[in-house]
Design a protein around this ligand. Structure first.
Ligand code: GDP
Length: 297
């Protein structure tokens, strides 16, 4: 997803290597090139501006200009800026599990974003951690989506809340909560209905379910390949739902990675996981330092 950005940045750093001393003008030129590389990768403009302002400050410091190997310093500054953009150094993101089970995880997102697949992937991760997991589909309008979740539950070794025809999404949420409590589940994953566009009905239904289920995690699943649309979707959902984190799917695709890079800075929400394949085990915990390192090649 970041191949083009990696190529661009490597080109900038290669041109710098071997240079002894950089003038302020040289630093300006390098920053201009990095700016273009980020914009071409589809990183949101305010995020790029902020990144460049900080990098410029750091790079015009004595240490870089006088440094024997300024290229190394510029690489370090770029790396630090990317890590910050992606949420900072530290342990990879993880799920907040309630001390008082069952933990409820609510999955939200547009239809086709990979929401149902991600619910199955999360279930598998939790089952591998020896959790007893119940999956429930609230997508009353799409029986096929309900069946898809049932199949994923089976693959993951999780349980699936039986489908009862005619129930509304809030009713299913209540039934799922009750089943999870009575049957001693550690985690209940609720997969909400998605629509192809953000609409009022979807938002108010998701908000109502969030009220009923009081989830520990409300994760927005967004397709990384849809670029700035994914960023706009995240913002719109965040205005209506108490989101706790993001999952970016199709990180294995070869689109521009700017959405992934902008998402954290624009929404303030942590990216918790990356979807890296269609398979049920294709979900990686998000690690800002690792992704920044990968971008720099
Ligand atoms: P939903 O409508 O949001 O529930 O979307 P689905 O979970 O049905 O996913 C839509 C399609 O995207 C399916 O074909 C999935 O296999 C595929 N998909 C989901 N996540 C990923 C991912 O991380 N990488 C790839 N390559 N495909 C994915």
């Amino acid at each position: 997803m970041f191949d083009a950005l990696t190529d661009r940045l490597t080109g900038v750093f290669d041109r710098l290597s071997g240079r002894g001393v950089l003038s302020e003008k040289d630093v300006d030129e390098v920053m201009r090139e990095i700016r273009v590389a980020l914009l071409e990768a589809d990183v949101a403009l305010p995020v790029v501006r902020d990144f460049i302002a900080k990098a410029k400050d750091a790079a015009t410091g004595e240490a870089v200009i006088r440094s024997v190997r300024p290229a190394d310093q510029v690489v370090k500054i770029t790396y630090d800026g990317l890590v910050e953009m992606l949420g900072g150094e530290g342990e990879p993101e993880s799920l907040n599990l309630s001390l008082n089970p069952p933990t409820v995880i609510l999955m939200a997102g547009l239809q086709g974003s990979g929401k149902t697949t991600t619910a199955g992937k999360l279930a598998l991760k939790l089952v591998k951690d020896r959790k007893k997991v119940l999956l429930a589909s609230l997508d009353t309008r799409r029986p096929a989506a309900m069946e898809q979740l049932g199949m994923l539950a089976e693959q993951a070794g999780a349980s699936f809340l039986p489908i009862v025809a005619g129930q509304s999404a809030p009713d299913i949420a209540r039934r799922a909560m009750q089943a999870a409590k009575l049957q001693g589940f550690d985690v209940l994953i609720l997969d909400t209905a998605g629509r192809t566009t953000i609409d009022e009905a979807m938002m108010s239904e998701a908000a109502e379910i969030a009220k009923i289920a009081t989830p520990s995690e409300t994760l927005l699943v967004a397709d990384a390949l849809t670029g700035q649309d994914a960023v706009r979707t995240a913002k719109a959902f965040h205005e209506r739902l108490p989101l706790t984190g993001l999952v970016l799917t199709r990180a294995d695709g070869d689109g521009r990675g700017g959405a992934a890079l902008s998402m954290r800075a624009v929404t303030g929400l942590p990216i918790k996981f990356l979807g890296v394949s269609e398979k049920i085990d294709g979900l990686d915990a998000f690690d800002a330092a690792r992704v920044a390192g990968r971008i720099l090649g």
